[in-house]
Design a protein around this ligand. Sequence first.
Ligand code: PLP
Length: 379
Amino acid sequence: MTLNRRQLFRLVGAGAALSSLGTTAAVAAQPKFVEPTAQKPMLLCFNENPLGMSEKAKEAIASTMYGSRYPFAQVIAFKKDLAKFMDVKPDEVLLTHGSAEAIRATIEAEATKNTVLVQPELTYGDGADVAKRNNILVKNVKMGPDWSIDLAALRKVAAAEAKKHRVLVYLVNPNNPTSTIADSNEIFNWIKSQPKNTFFILDEAYAEFVNDPSFKSCCELVRQGFDNLVVLKTFSKIFAMAGMRLGYAVGDVKVINKIRDHVAYEVMMNQTTLAAALSELNDKEFLKESKESNDEAREILYKALKELNIPYLPSQTNFVFIDLKAPLKPFADRMKAEHILVGRPFPPAVQWCRISLGTPAEMRYFVEKLKEFRQKGWV
Ligand SMILES: Cc1ncc(COP(=O)(O)O)c(C=O)c1O
């Protein structure tokens, strides 16, 4: 089955199940399982792709022999490919050093002297960290039931704030650490209503893992011409390039130009990273394998959690948020003693633990440890 980029985007970017590309095949890219040690612990803590970079990306890196020259031409060529993949114009894309840089640059570009950042209280911390460093007030909005994003409450707080301030709404969808999605139609309606003094930052770092067909990437609103939002994406997650540092922003040309003023040099990206990214972008087999491996790992974890009666939130990402019903630290310390690193504390969910999904083999190992912990009365 051959897909053009536009079709592939719909499957990958819009978050539909990549497994629909074919039946679940053996995952060729699975790395060999090795028991964790103190020197090489099992990393179930950073939401990375446990398969590692694709073979093609590694080959692309090895053949990047022109490191003595500036990468201007490669940046321009890569942006064209990326824009095609995303079905937007090259001018509507800004390359950044990871989406971390895109979060910082967006907030700094869009903030005025009188700005408030509005966000759900349980979300990825970068938005609030950048805001605080820039003396921007952060308004945390309480979560809904089961740590859901309460869009109605966010909207109310943002509307009240917008009477006095410029408002930046930071929305991570799917959310981290909860792994769940907020209602796409509600988000679309809110942005389309173009509330005054309000700009939306949509962080879609995990969109490629989503299985729920109701999820829609907000890139669609950029294509429709809305200029009150930016969508932030990353190569760190399903594309397996967390250590290579590449993210990007998708937005209206005016929005992108404004954010560009807050990054060092878009034309000076690392060409090795670009070579790897271009290869990953076109490697639909690798993306499909990564998605299938993640789905399989998630099912292994779900099965054990059900057996052990440990509640969890239904995950649309490469991590699962589980309810320990006890403080996180003793659990994390005991897992660490087994050379397994789990997620950090995410207040106010102080009794919950974020487990990043490893390979299926890693999850089987983790699940055995979890069962041993139950026998010892630790979970
Ligand atoms: C929601 C979210 N946004 C952004 C990032 C930053 O990712 P990177 O800078 O590697 O693109 C992360 C990393 O975990 C994340 O979870």
